[in-house]
Design a protein around this ligand. Structure first.
Ligand code: PGA
Length: 308
């Protein structure tokens, strides 16, 4: 028998100290309860601090190891200049570079800057090859809103590129054959720099939310969101916007040596935040950039950065 128990039974016999000892034992019990409650509380608090600390350290570690270079600019013009400077440097270093190009409203300013640089004899496109991300289906190549027409108007007709060196997926005719041919082309020519815009739903090229990251060139049905976003190029009439497109897949994009994504405006802020938070989520296709092994530049204006 333990010493404490012995003492307790002796006291029971003489009957005097019983209430006091019982009180003491209650107090001891209360004290024990209090200490075990404090211990649990302390355990929870320390645990929470540890978990949040680990998450914070992982986030910092990811940022330190991220290949993404985020450049936040004052406005659209500065964003365009910055992106054009980086592309011009790539061309200067490798005058035979293979450039992956994008369409949409965002790159127009940077194409203007590249045209200026060409006119100032800073760069030449003589030996450059270009590969566009995507093209609408079911509209003729010379339609005023085809990406073929866009590229002629916004870049190719103003620079010294050989038209034979400009490649854009074909959205008309035998689509399966067009897909296979474009895939073969991308296998043959490694893209040194892929330029990207981003949809408000996080799409890149026409890779809409839910697209698997390992897909190559394919045909897509555009989402209502993208059709609505692009109606501004079709007299604000969603009925005029093509419903299908042919696009490089995320795999083709990620295979590029270096990626430059440009974005401006508040409607892109959520998608940009998802990338910068380090997410990898097929429902936000642009988060595939977090799986890229090479250099990624994200060049955005202050409005697109407002949620960072
Ligand atoms: P935008 O489109 O540049 O016209 O906003 C970008 C995209 O949809 O990729």
């Amino acid at each position: 028998m333990k010493e404490q128990d012995k003492e307790l039974s002796e006291l029971n016999e003489n009957g005097k100290e019983i209430p006091l000892k019982q009180d003491n034992s209650e107090k001891v019990q209360d004290k024990n309860k209090f200490f075990s409650f404090s211990k649990i509380l302390l355990f929870i608090v320390v645990g929470a601090i540890l978990i949040f600390g680990i998450i914070y350290i992982i986030k910092i570690y990811k940022k330190m190891n991220s290949k993404i270079e985020l450049i936040i600019t004052e406005n659209y013009d500065e964003m365009s200049k910055k992106a054009a400077d980086i592309i011009a440097d790539i061309i200067k270093k490798n005058p035979n570079a293979h450039l992956g190009l994008a369409t949409g409203g965002t790159p127009i300013g940077l194409y203007k800057e590249l045209i200026n640089k060409y006119q100032n004899k800073e760069i030449s496109f003589k030996n450059i090859k270009t590969f566009n991300l995507d093209e609408y289906c079911d509209i003729p190549i010379d339609h005023k809103q085809s990406y073929y027409t866009y590229m002629q108007n916004n870049l190719f007709s103003h620079i010294d590129i050989d038209p034979k060196n400009t490649f854009i997926p074909k959205g008309e005719g035998d689509i399966l054959k067009n897909i296979q041919e474009y895939e073969k082309l991308l296998e043959k020519y490694k893209i040194n720099m892929q330029l990207l815009g981003i949809g408000s739903n996080g799409h890149i090229g026409f890779n809409e939310p839910g697209t698997k990251f390992d897909m190559g060139v394919h045909q897509v049905l555009l989402t209502q969101n993208t059709i609505k976003d692009n109606a501004r190029f079709f007299d604000d009439d969603i009925d005029q916007v093509p419903k299908k497109a042919i696009t490089m897949g995320i795999k083709n994009i990620i295979d590029a040596e270096c990626i430059i994504l440009v974005a401006n405006g508040e409607n892109k802020a959520d998608a940009i935040k998802s990338i910068m938070d380090g997410k990898i989520d097929i429902n936000i296709p642009a988060t595939a950039l977090n799986t890229h092994k090479g250099k990624v530049y994200i060049i955005i204006d202050k409005k697109a950065a407002c949620k960072l």
